[in-house]
Every structure is written in structure tokens, then in C-alpha cells.
Design a protein around this ligand. Structure first.
Ligand code: AVI
Length: 323
């Protein structure tokens, strides 16, 4: 029996996803130190807040990656084999993939995302704008093995994983993802991947502690979600957003810090917080070109080409799956 069933019924969303969220939250908030998975940032509000983050003056990754894809689009297109299928791992706004589709005639586009509805909508607009492009959406968790559509099995494959989403994986998870992507795409495939770079710590600090407080709202939205979906009673004014750069581990860490001693009740359980105690909500790893290249090599990829912006803020790599 699900012991949390009454609390979940109160939360009015007793579906399978909520049950998984409930289980993860219960386990992760019982750890020392407490933590929550960053995958739970992205409900409707969280996705909108993330889109707002990408437009912030302090948040350089999105516009820098876009500038690289725009400026180097032709060079990227030159190494793409003719008639290839473009497979995007996780599909957000279509802005980035359009830059590749504009520069090169791919035969097919395969967006892979857990949210089937989202990619179906996306497929509809891309089919309208690129009438010659075959679009085959795949609803799957791209971090685990999935099958590519049979229609593209004979086409050359180009993976696409922009946004430095790989930075939100622990290094061993990043390596496992690259290895799995290589298995899925197969020998001879290319992979275009965006990776955020190490840089001046003040720049990193500001990017994750923006003056308008959008990143703080994005972080605190996890508590809003637990209150709404899991019947929690987190008092938002009693937690503060904190993002720090951990130099030894090359990562920005996001935390929610309890401003006082307090007890929070959720799913029939009390969670005690000490003043200053943290819930660790996200890591965003920053790579040097050398460390990323070593990671890719270890997962069976060869770095064929790397592009950065003039200020070396962000990098885009073309990886090749050698036999
Ligand atoms: C999605 N991901 C690459 C973002 C990042 O920069 O790590 C998520 C984010 N967290 C805070 N701001 C943006």
C-alpha cells in the first residue's frame, strides 16, 4: 500500500508522475545533507522561469551558444554527411535546432523528449516551416536506452544536445549519457554538443544570482511544487536561494537555505531544518576544453572540431563515433 496515499489525494494529483516525485522527495529530503533532483524544476511554471532565465543579461550561456551556432553554422554544416537524420536529445525551444536546419538540408529530424505532447506540438510547427523535412518525434527518457524510428535506420545520424544540459549531470552520469548516445546513434555518427566553460567566478556567480531574482524564483518553485503536488507546508519566506561556485569540483551549486529552525510537514512526515541548513537542488558543471575532451574520449567519442565564442565563455563540439 502507498502510505502516502491520503496526503497525495489531498494534493489532488495522485498520478504516476506525482508518485515518483513523492518517492524521490521523501528519500532525498531524508538524506544528510538534504537534496532534491533538478529534474523537478521543470513543471509549467519552472519551464517558463527557465525561459526567462535564458533572456537575463547575466545568464550568458544561451545567447553565447546561439551566437556560436549562428556564426559557425556553415562550418558545422560542412561536416554533416548528406541526407542525415538530426536527433535532438531533450527538446526545448526550437530556436537552436532551427539554426542547424536553416544551414543544412537534413532528411529527417527526431526530437526525443519525455514530454510527448510538447514534442508533438514542436513537430507540427517544424513540419510547417520545413515542408521537406520528415519529423519523427520520440517520447522517451533520453538518458536511458531508446529505439530510433525505423524510418531513419539507413540514414547517417547526427545527435544534438545543446544548452550545456550535460553540465547538470554528475561526471559519471555525463559519461554514461555520452556512451548511451553513442550506442543509440551507432558507429560513424556525429554529435553536436554545447558545453559551458570554466571562467571568472564573478561571471558565474552573477549568472546564477541574477539581480531580478528570477533564478531565486526558479529554485524556490521546487517548494511551491511540493506544497501543491505533495501537500507540503513549506513557508517560502523562510527559505533563501543560494548559488555558489565550488572551485574544487568545477561546479555551480544551487541550494535552498533554511533561514531559521523549522519543521516542515509533507506526506505525513516532519522534516526538521536547522538555521542555515541547505537543500542542495542543482549542480551545473563547468568544463575546460581538455576535461570535456577527456570525458568524450572515455565514452567512445573523438572530438572532431570545437568552436568557442571570442571570449571563451561557451563551447560547441562536434564529436565523432569512431569504429
Ligand atoms: C538547464 N541548465 C543547463 C541550466 C544551467 O545553467 O545549469 C539550469 C539553470 N539553473 C539555474 N539557472 C539555469
Amino acid at each position: 500500500m502507498n502510505v502516502h496515499a491520503p496526503a497525495l489525494a489531498d494534493a489532488h494529483l495522485p498520478d504516476e508522475q506525482t508518485t515518483v516525485f513523492a518517492r524521490d522527495a521523501m528519500v532525498d529530503l531524508s538524506q544528510h545533507p538534504k537534496r532534491l533532483s533538478p529534474k523537478y524544476f521543470y513543471d509549467q511554471t519552472g519551464s517558463e522561469l527557465f525561459e526567462a532565465i535564458t533572456r537575463l543579461p547575466e545568464y550568458y550561456p544561451t545567447r553565447t551558444e546561439l551566437s556560436i551556432l549562428r556564426d559557425r553554422g556553415k562550418e558545422i554544416a560542412q561536416i554533416v554527411p548528406p541526407g542525415a537524420a538530426l536527433i535532438e536529445f531533450g527538446a526545448g525551444a526550437t530556436t537552436k535546432v532551427r539554426l542547424l536546419l536553416d544551414n543544412y538540408e537534413f532528411a529527417a529530424y527526431v526530437p526525443v523528449d519525455i514530454s510527448g505532447d510538447f514534442i508533438k506540438d514542436q513537430a507540427r510547427t517544424l513540419r510547417r516551416d520545413f515542408p521537406d523535412l520528415a519529423v519523427y518525434p520520440v517520447a522517451a527518457d533520453f538518458t536511458t536506452p531508446f529505439a530510433l524510428p525505423a524510418e531513419i535506420c539507413n540514414l547517417p545520424k547526427v545527435g544534438f544536445f545543446p544548452g550545456s544540459t550535460i553540465g547538470n549531470f554528475e561526471p559519471h552520469e555525463a559519461s554514461a549519457f555520452l556512451r548511451s548516445a553513442r550506442n543509440i546513434l551507432g558507429e560513424g555518427a556525429l554529435m553536436i554538443i554545447g558545453v559551458d566553460l570554466e571562467k571568472d567566478e564573478r561571471v558565474l556567480h552573477e549568472a546564477y544570482n541574477d539581480a531580478a531574482g528570477v533564478t531565486a524564483r526558479f529554485n524556490l518553485n521546487l517548494l511551491v511544487r511540493m506544497n501543491r503536488e505533495l501537500g507540503g507546508n513549506f513557508d517560502l519566506s523562510s527559505f533563501a536561494h543560494r548559488a555558489i561556485y565550488n572551485r574544487e569540483r568545477h561546479r555551480i551549486e544551487m541550494h535552498l537555505i533554511s533561514k531559521k529552525a523549522q519543521a516542515v510537514r509533507m506526506l505525513g512526515t516532519n522534516f526538521a531544518f536547522r538555521p542555515g541548513e541547505s537543500i542542495h537542488t542543482e549542480n551545473s558543471y563547468k568544463y575546460s576544453l581538455e576535461r570535456f575532451s577527456a570525458l568524450a574520449h572515455g565514452a567512445g567519442w573523438k572530438v572532431r572540431k570545437t568552436w568557442t565564442d571570442p571570449a571563451h565563455m561557451f563551447s560547441v563540439h562536434a564529436l565523432f563515433a569512431e569504429g
